[in-house]
Structures are given as structure tokens and as C-alpha cells.
Design a protein around this ligand. Structure first.
Ligand SMILES: [Fe+2]
Length: 393
């Protein structure tokens, strides 16, 4: 475990500005939290899927009951777009909203963070705020109410937004984007359909494994990642098979948050570089793309993080006699998990092999490429895309 000891001595900073309230039924504390954040009139940001499921009504009923005047913006698409954030900021200004409430999965929450950046900087376009240093002013207060277990966006510092002009996913990564309060109520996740439970759950697993093995990992995030992996190993298949299993849903929501703590203080890596390229080119679900590539990138990285993958295997509850055996078992476990929760193969998503070079270039140019434990060049990404595609035919 020498690499662990070495990394623990690296200097780091750890900030977690979001107040987390967690537990079945805790969404009922919304009015109290609005008083705590000091807001008067919120813009509720959500998406059409949440509205169709009626989950936004749980929140707006609470606002009505508390006598809070609000406006609602539901123009957030999957893989949220720059134009969605810009329209959301316009809606907030038109409504004279002084704080934001995001209800939904990663898309509405990431979009709300970007809306907050636009409001804080009195800006029209989000593109200039890409990166880690461009956002220089605190966002207005944001209450996040997650309805899926995957992104951890309810407490991360990242807002991933699709640049529709240049067709790639840009990230605004700043503690200024972090929510003021995250109201994490597992009851709001029980109606998530099995396929979505699977994809978002493996997204959380990817955050934890990539966060734990990234070149810039740090020990507090590592601890969060390992507990996240343990919870996912215990609960993802259960939540997939029986959505009403509240214990499994609670474990998955907590795992998602812990994965978020891990990667926001460390980074994601090559799995996300590929998934974000695929998401921006084909508008494919983020979690599904991660799930497809996670075991294959782990295989690619194997020789560079045997000890860390053995710790992953330990968190998964797998027995092993050597770190080499443990690391190999961790990869096999992830492969089997994606089968058990019926995630699709890459080929079944109908990608065009002619696009693989461009996708490889996009992945290579992703800001998280340098965080992968084993360096990946454009040719390595292209070979991986090709191999994973052929493996699924
Ligand atoms: Fe992700």
C-alpha cells in the first residue's frame, strides 16, 4: 500500500460548503431551509420528466403551504445545454427571483448552478465561465432536492453544461456553484425506473472509483469513495430489482453524495472523458456511457493502480489473497454488475465507428484526461472505443 501512504502526505484543501439534510421525508423541511438561506422568491428549476412524474408538485405544494411566492422553469434538457441555463437566467430575472431551488437529477441541478453563475455575474452567456477560475462571485442561494442517485450534483462544485456551438461538454468547477443546502430525501427516488436506477447508480460508482484512483486524489475524498463503493455493492442491484426498497434507495442516495464528495475534491478521469464526448456528440445518457466504459478503462489502468483497485475490491466485500487478485476481481465485479442491472452494450447504442477518431480527440482534450492514473493518448482512446464497440457486437 505504498502509493496510499505517499498520497496521504500530499498537501490538499477540503471545503464542503453545502449543508446536507438527509433522511426519508426530510423534504418537508423546505420552508425552514428557505428561512435559513434568507431567500424571498425562488425560481424552481426542473425538467419535463420530473413534471410528468409529478415530483415537482411535492415541492411546489410545500411552497404554497408556506406562502412562498415562486416561479417555475422546466426548460432543462438531458445533458443540459448552455441555452437552457441562459433561458433559466432570463426566467429568474423576469420573475425577480432572489434564490434558486433545483428539483431533479443532475441535469436540473447542474443547470441551476449555471443559472446561478449567470445571475451572480450579471451575464447572458455561460461559456466565459468555463473552468476552475472564471467564476469569481458567489452564486445566489441554491437549495438542491435530488430525485436520482447518481451525480452527487446536489453537493458538488461542478456544473457540466453542453456547449451547443462547439458540441462538447464544458465544466464550470467552483465552490461558488455549490448548493447552500441539499435536501436529500430517499423517498423522492423510489419512483425512478429500473433502467435509470442502473445507469445513475453506475455513474455514482464511476465517480467513486475514478475519484479514488485519480492522480490528484486526497484522503478525505478517498474515505468517502470507499464507503460509497461499499454501499453501492450492497444496494444497487436491490434498488434496481425493487424500487420501493427504501433502505436500498437510502444507501444509493448516500453513495451518490459520497461519490460526489470524492470526485469534486479529486477528479473524474478517462471514463468520464469518453462519456462526456459521447454525451455531447450523440446526446446519450451519461450514466449509461460511464457504465459501458468503466470496466474497460479499469482494465487499461490496471498496472498503474493494482493496490487501489484491491482497496476497491475490499470495499465491494470481495475476498482475495493478493492485491493483484483483488484488483482483477474488482474489474470482473463491475463487468458482472453492468450485466446484472441490464445496461446496454456500446454497439447497441449505434455509434458510428467513423466518429471514433473525433470522439477520441474530444476525450483526450477533456480537462480530466490528465487525472487518469495511466496516461491516455488519442490513439489509446480510439483503440478503446474500437475494442469496446467490437466486444458488444
Ligand atoms: Fe458522472
Amino acid at each position: 500500500m505504498n502509493d496510499m501512504n505517499y498520497k496521504c502526505m500530499n498537501p490538499f484543501e477540503f471545503t464542503l460548503p453545502t449543508k446536507v439534510i438527509f433522511g426519508p421525508g426530510c423534504v418537508s423541511q423546505l420552508a425552514e431551509e428557505i428561512q435559513n438561506v434568507g431567500g424571498r422568491k425562488p425560481l424552481v428549476i426542473t425538467d419535463p420528466g420530473i413534471r410528468k412524474a409529478g415530483i415537482d408538485r411535492i415541492v411546489t405544494d410545500l411552497l404554497d403551504k408556506a406562502g412562498v411566492e415562486y416561479s417555475l422553469f422546466d426548460g432543462v434538457e438531458a445533458n443540459p445545454k448552455d441555452v437552457n441555463a441562459e433561458a433559466g437566467a432570463k426566467a429568474a430575472r423576469a420573475a425577480s427571483a432572489d434564490f434558486l431551488i433545483a428539483v431533479g437529477g443532475g441535469s436540473p441541478i447542474d443547470c441551476a448552478k449555471a443559472v446561478g453563475v449567470l445571475l451572480a455575474h450579471d451575464a447572458e452567456f455561460i461559456k466565459p465561465y468555463e473552468g476552475k477560475t472564471a467564476a469569481t462571485l458567489p452564486n445566489p442561494p441554491l437549495i438542491t432536492i435530488p430525485t436520482t442517485s447518481g451525480t452527487g450534483s446536489e453537493l458538488t462544485f461542478s456544473s457540466v453544461i453542453t456547449d451547443t456551438k462547439n458540441h462538447y461538454k464544458m465544466t464550470v468547477k467552483s465552490p461558488y456553484t455549490a448548493a447552500t443546502t441539499a435536501l436529500c430525501d430517499p423517498k423522492l427516488t423510489v419512483s425512478v425506473p429500473p433502467a435509470f436506477t442502473a445507469a445513475t447508480g453506475v455513474d455514482a460508482l464511476t465517480h467513486s472509483i475514478e475519484g479514488f484512483t485519480a492522480t490528484c486524489s486526497e484522503p478525505i475524498g478517498d474515505a468517502a469513495a470507499l464507503y460509497s463503493i461499499e454501499l453501492i455493492a450492497k444496494s444497487l442491484v436491490r434498488a434496481f430489482k425493487d424500487g420501493s426498497d427504501l433502505e436500498a434507495r437510502s444507501n444509493m442516495l448516500m453513495a451518490s453524495m459520497l461519490g460526489g464528495i470524492s470526485f469534486s475534491h479529486s477528479d473524474v478521469a478517462s471514463v468520464h472523458c469518453i462519456a462526456e464526448a459521447l454525451g455531447s456528440m450523440y446526446d446519450l445518457p451519461h450514466g449509461t456511457c460511464n457504465a459501458i466504459f468503466l470496466p474497460f478503462v479499469m482494465e487499461y489502468n490496471m498496472d498503474y493502480c493494482i493496490d487501489r483497485y484491491a482497496r476497491v475490491a475490499e470495499a465491494m466485500g470481495l475476498p482475495f489473497d493478493s492485491n493483484e487478485e483483488g484488483a482483477a476481481k474488482a474489474v470482473e465485479y463491475v463487468k458482472q454488475l453492468t450485466v446484472d442491472v441490464e445496461l446496454p452494450t456500446f454497439a447497441s447504442l449505434n455509434p458510428d465507428p467513423k466518429d471514433f477518431r473525433t470522439l477520441a480527440e474530444m476525450a483526450y482534450n477533456n480537462g480530466s484526461n490528465g487525472s487518469n492514473p495511466r496516461p491516455m493518448e488519442i490513439a489509446d482512446y480510439e483503440a478503446l472505443l474500437d475494442n469496446v464497440y467490437k466486444a458488444g457486437i
